[in-house]
Design a protein around this ligand. Structure first.
Ligand code: ADP
Ligand code: ZN
Ligand code: ZN
Length: 746
């Protein structure tokens, strides 16, 4: 029998991964030993037995065999945080591909020292009643930022300056003024301080509505009775899902457990944060993209040492090393940001499900527009399903209408806006209320094409169509390449070469012409180049700096604008042409979420959906707020086409510098895959949607099968074939990545 060697690390940490020790694997353990297992190894001069973890198995080793020690035994009863972390990494490697070491890099935080930093805290000095009187006197439009500060201080005695800056978007000058006026004091300390709600300001815990209480009780009772299935709360916007989460969390914390709450970063509002702080105080920590690696590591350490009960954050907060997690919440579970865009491309929902299964934690998913996957699982009884169909306090849902743009055109209306939308915009301008107009341009940029021959101008490096900007030039959104717009078609010489007319800039231009007196703000990829731009523009809009906000789909997500009473979807059907099987689901979710934006604070809202396909069920169901009908229709389409959730898809992605090396490799591997299962569907290989990016050629291949295990076997076979080909020194350089159940097209 061939020799077998194991790379072993003695400590679970990102740093040790780079320096594993090699051990021989004796005959007795050869069959049983797997990557990720906890083993006992003789270590150091005295050969004392230590715990270690196998991160790689290999049958060759550069070191002389006699110089290596042998693994003493497998620890078959491994429990605890380290074993759990290893198991999670092993799960990730198995389902997402790549190496175990790479998976471990994903689940382990890198140890970094926090750089000595001084943290500023805003402390309320003025009397709270006085503050209320002052707030009364401020004009909400002229002093929006100051008012925001006062309102926040009415809820808290102390706020970290970072949060005031980031989440409340309050500038240094506003703080200076407030300090000078004796309203606040700014204090520095070495330690980050969480918000302090302050004496006498702790609100009694909100009493749940009967509907909320029923959901919380049933979820907890089920878990207590040993029902280990995840729960899906399908609750409309504003139905109070967060209150239900907090109730379940409080119960788990009272039993000495810890909780993880995943929230898409952009949906994490100041109000939501304060609700958590008000209830759980400084036992809550928030992970956000502004934390340095050192601060992140420090938060993880605090969690491991039992100093925290609750971690709130995006995807990676799932890897918080809590000793005994009792509850995992995933809010807005349909969000695409839960899927990692870097290898290993894991989905936080799947990873959470695995983690819940090994820790016994209760997993709760929530959304107003659940993903097809979760909804289907709930229908199948794999998830428990709970519904919250009413807005808390009886707030009304907006009125939604559809404008048929084909009819508008027939009637001679050639503008972007239907008559209905125009009259409603006028009405809102008159009443001093705000409007939001969006166009979903994902994958449908403002390209330039020839109407004679169909030629489209593309980027020579990235193979995406170029976008025409206001200066008349063409730009690549990926690499920034720019060139003049051709006057004649380079392909056929025709002069009918022009831009496709539907982009945020053009909509803004037309608005300005129609409503010269209106203040229009725009948010799209061009106006949000810096990290802060997104929130800055939204905050300015919330402050009343503009009457109309025009933007891409990004303006729709997760924000509350009390004064927005009109939402318009400019060309709602564009996203239906996105060319992958999620198109209808995305369109529906976007329109339904958009409808949830309008009129949340007592003022009734209105939504206009403009479309060239008014009869499409995504649009009809979103307009009538008929969520369940949409899911029925979409499920039957998926079933017919054998798309997920009725199957699983695995995307194989090939990257090469050589234009045809990737295709060639894909074909070679395709041959090897034919033996995996007779009914394995193999699509492609074909050039990727973006065939070339930054001078790297990309092509892909899709596999489809009803069983996840078959696809995992196919992935393993592809990895083995790839390793074999790469071992040949004559092979050309091609990288291979996997994406199991991809949520974006490649
Ligand atoms: P969702 O997350 O489902 O969109 P939220 O949990 O944010 O809904 O609740 C919507 C609004 O209703 C919030 O302002 C919240 O404070 C309020 N609310 C919900 N439930 C209660 C309750 N039981 N008592 C008081 N206010 C509540
Ligand atoms: Zn042409
Ligand atoms: Zn480019």
């Amino acid at each position: 029998m061939d020799e077998l060697y194991a790379s072993v690390i003695v400590d679970i940490s990102a740093e040790k991964l780079d320096r594993p020790f090699t051990y021989r694997v004796g005959e007795a353990l050869r069959e049983e030993l797997k990557e990720g297992m906890e083993v006992l190894i003789p270590f150091g001069k005295g050969n004392t037995l230590r715990k270690g973890y196998v991160v790689e198995l290999k049958d060759e080793c550069a070191i002389e065999k006699d110089k290596l020690k042998e693994i003493a035994d497998i620890n078959r009863k491994a429990v605890g945080l380290e074993a759990r972390t290893m198991a999670l990494a092993a799960w990730m490697k198995k389902t997402c591909g790549g190496t175990l070491i790479n998976a471990m890099r994903t689940v382990l935080p890198v140890k970094k020292k926090i750089q000595a930093k001084s943290y500023k805290t805003i402390i309320l000095k003025a009397d709270r009643n006085e503050l209320a009187v002052m707030a009364e006197k401020l004009s909400p439009l002229r002093f929006a930022a100051r008012l925001r500060l006062y309102r926040a201080l009415a809820e808290a005695d102390e706020l970290p300056e970072e949060m005031v800056r980031d989440k409340l978007k309050i500038s240094a000058s506003v703080l200076k003024t407030a300090e000078k006026d004796g309203i606040i004091e700014v204090r520095s300390s070495e330690q980050y301080r969480t918000p302090s709600i302050g004496r006498g300001n702790l609100k009694a815990v909100a009493a749940l509505s009967p509907a909320q209480e029923a959901v919380a009780k049933e979820i907890m009772a089920g878990a207590a009775a040993g029902d280990r299935r995840p729960s899906l709360i399908y609750g409309i916007t504003g139905s109070g899902k967060t209150e239900v989460y907090m109730e379940i969390i409080a119960e788990a914390v009272s039993r000495g457990k810890q909780c993880i709450v995943l929230i898409p970063e952009i949906a994490l509002s100041f109000q939501t944060l304060m609700r958590f702080y008000a209830r759980f105080g400084d036992r809550v920590s928030v992970m956000h993209s502004r934390l340095s690696e050192g601060e992140r590591y420090d938060q993880f350490q605090r969690a491991a040492k039992g100093k925290l009960d609750i971690m709130i954050g995006p995807r990676s907060a799932l890897f918080t090393p809590f000793p005994d997690p009792g509850v995992i919440i995933i809010d807005e579970e349909h969000e695409g940001s839960y899927k990692s865009e870097r290898a290993p491309k894991y989905h936080a929902r799947e990873a959470a499900e695995y983690l819940a299964s090994v820790t016994g934690a209760t997993l709760v998913l929530g959304s107003a527009t659940p993903s097809m996957e979760s909804w289907y699982r709930a229908q199948q009884g794999e998830y428990r399903l709970f519904k919250l169909g009413e807005r808390y306090g009886g707030a009304r849902l907006p009125r939604v209408s559809i404008a048929d743009m084909r009819e508008e055109l027939k009637a001679g209306n050639r503008s972007f806006f239907s008559d209905k939308l125009k009259s409603l915009i006028t009405d809102r301008l008159f009443k001093g209320e705000q409007s939001m107009l969006f166009i979903n341009r994902r994958g449908v940029a403002g390209f330039v094409s020839c109407r004679s021959c169909g030629y489209v101008v593309r980027c020579p490096h990235c193979d995406v169509s170029l976008t025409q900007h206001r200066d008349g030039r063409l730009y690549c959104h990926y690499c920034g390449h720019s060139e003049d717009t051709p006057k004649l078609c380079p392909e056929c010489g025709s002069k009918y070469i022009a831009g496709f007319k539907a982009g945020t800039e053009r909509i803004e231009d037309e608005l300005k012409k129609l409503y010269p007196q209106a203040r229009v703000s725009r948010m799209d990829a061009d106006t949000t180049k810096n990290r802060d731009d997104y929130e800055r523009i939204l905050q300015a809009f919330a402050d009343g700096d503009a009457d109309i906000l025009v933007g891409t789909q990004m303006i729709v997500k997760g924000h509350d604008f009390p004064n927005v009473t009109l939402v318009g979807a400019i060309a709602a059907d564009i996203s239906l042409y996105a060319g992958d099987y999620h198109a209808s689901e995305r369109t529906y979710q976007l329109l339904a979420q958009a409808a949830g934006r309008a009129g949340r604070a007592g003022k009734p809202g209105e939504v206009v959906i403009q479309t060239y396909q008014p009869e499409h069920y995504s649009i009809v169901c979103a307009a009538s707020q008929d969520y369940e009908s949409f899911y029925e229709r979409e499920l039957s389409y998926r079933r017919l086409a054998a798309y997920p959730p009725f199957s699983h898809m695995l995307s194989l992605q090939f990257f090469s510098r050589d234009p045809d090396a990737g295709m060639e490799r894909a074909r070679l591997i395709k041959e090897k895959l034919k033996g995996v299962a007779g009914d394995l569907v193999i699509l492609g290989p074909s050039e990727a949607l973006i065939g070339k990016l930054k001078d790297v050629y990309r092509c892909g291949m899709y596999l489809r099968h009803g069983s996840l295990d078959v696809l995992i076997a196919a992935k393993d076979a592809a990895e083995a074939a790839q390793a074999e080909i790469c071992a040949d020194p004559r092979s050309r350089e091609v990288a291979l990545q996997f994406d199991m159940d991809p949520v974006t097209s490649f």
